[in-house]
Design a protein around this ligand. Structure first.
Ligand code: PEP
Ligand code: MG
Length: 321
């Protein structure tokens, strides 16, 4: 099976009737790039930059971050790499940031909320990413966006840092794409409005499921309610994809759902453009996509949106295959 999958390493991620999507890998450190390339990844759809900040006594300097982003950009050899800006808080602790103890950390001071408040921390990271963008194809992505004002503020920081770099004669990619994660229902529902402000979306289903179902993703006792294929989640995914496409923007997914074989035909049928997952899943998903027809997947997607439970969705997808 391994050998069979490896023959697909350089084949396009394309359905039998010619719908082409992009299959990318999720990484936490530059070393993870090897596995993405070995498994035929067409890009990095999520570089969880917080790993550069974790398990150390202080924040990584601009130079350290620049070296890491540049290494990933160069080793991907021109394939796109989406660097997600610092996603701290929730379950991810970074002691030296002295974040307050909160009753509801997943609803609290985290990710872009911290970065917009601590602009020095944010600007340092943006400067490192922008400088590294000269050495490959980097994209910037902001996590945990709930309002259009957060997007505008974050973009204003990017513009400010770009102006500094320009003035200093430091090279960077002037046309670097900027996107946001869609992982909060408020952002999903308003996707058509937010799409005007960005170049792309990536749906973070790990958090989107948690917030949609009001179900802590770490809590075993209620894990039966954590349902990635719940029709409410799938309906939100549809709203996001349609809202982005209406404005000519593309949509990826970098939560676990993107690498679930049962979800692939549905996500494809809904029009997802890019799937980003752990490297070990890429070839299996490619094999699946190459066995499907887009027109049939579209019919399936329309049908599952009318079902009323995750069990029915799963049953439908499994019998359909
Ligand atoms: C997500 O929420 O789906 C996601 C990809 O981000 P993380 O798992 O790092 O929160
Ligand atoms: Mg998330």
């Amino acid at each position: 099976a391994k050998a069979r999958l490896l023959t697909l390493k350089d084949e396009p991620s394309q359905t039998l009737d010619g719908r082409r999507v992009e299959l990318a890998g999720n990484i936490g450190t530059p070393a993870d790039v090897d596995a993405v390339l070995a498994n035929g990844g067409e890009g990095v759809g999520l570089f969880r930059s917080e790993f550069l900040y974790m398990n150390r006594p202080d924040a990584p300097s601009e130079q350290e971050q620049f070296a890491a982003y540049r290494e990933v950009a160069e080793r991907m050899g021109g394939k796109p790499v989406i660097v997600r800006t610092l996603d701290v808080g929730g379950d991810k602790e970074i002691p030296y940031l002295d974040l307050p103890k909160e009753a509801n950390p997943f609803l609290g001071y985290r990710a872009i909320r911290v970065c917009l408040d601590r602009t020095e921390l944010f600007d340092t990271q943006l400067r490192a990413i922008l400088r590294a963008s000269h050495y490959g194809k980097l994209r910037i992505m902001f996590p945990m966006i709930s309002t259009i004002s957060e997007i505008r503020q974050a973009k204003a920081r990017v513009e400010a840092v770009k102006a500094e770099l320009r003035a200093a004669g430091t090279p960077f990619d002037e046309n670097i794409e900027i996107g946001i994660m869609i992982e909060i229902p408020a952002a999903a529902v308003a996707a058509d409005l937010l799409a005007k402000e960005v170049d792309f979306f990536s749906i973070g289903t790990n958090d989107l499921v948690q917030y949609t179902m009001a179900c802590d993703r770490m809590n075993e006792r209620i894990s039966h309610l954590y349902q990635p294929l719940h029709p409410s989640v799938l309906r939100l995914v549809k709203i996001v994809i349609d809202g982005a496409h209406r404005h000519g923007k593309w949509v990826g997914m970098c939560g676990e759902l993107a690498g679930e074989l049962n979800a692939v035909p549905v996500l494809l049928g809904l029009g997802l453009d890019e799937f980003s997952m752990s490297a070990g899943s890429i070839l299996k998903v490619r094999e699946r996509i190459r066995s499907l027809r887009m027109d049939e997947a579209q019919v399936l997607a329309t049908e599952v949106l009318e079902l009323d439970s995750q069990e029915d969705v799963l049953r439908k997808v499994q019998t359909w295959a």
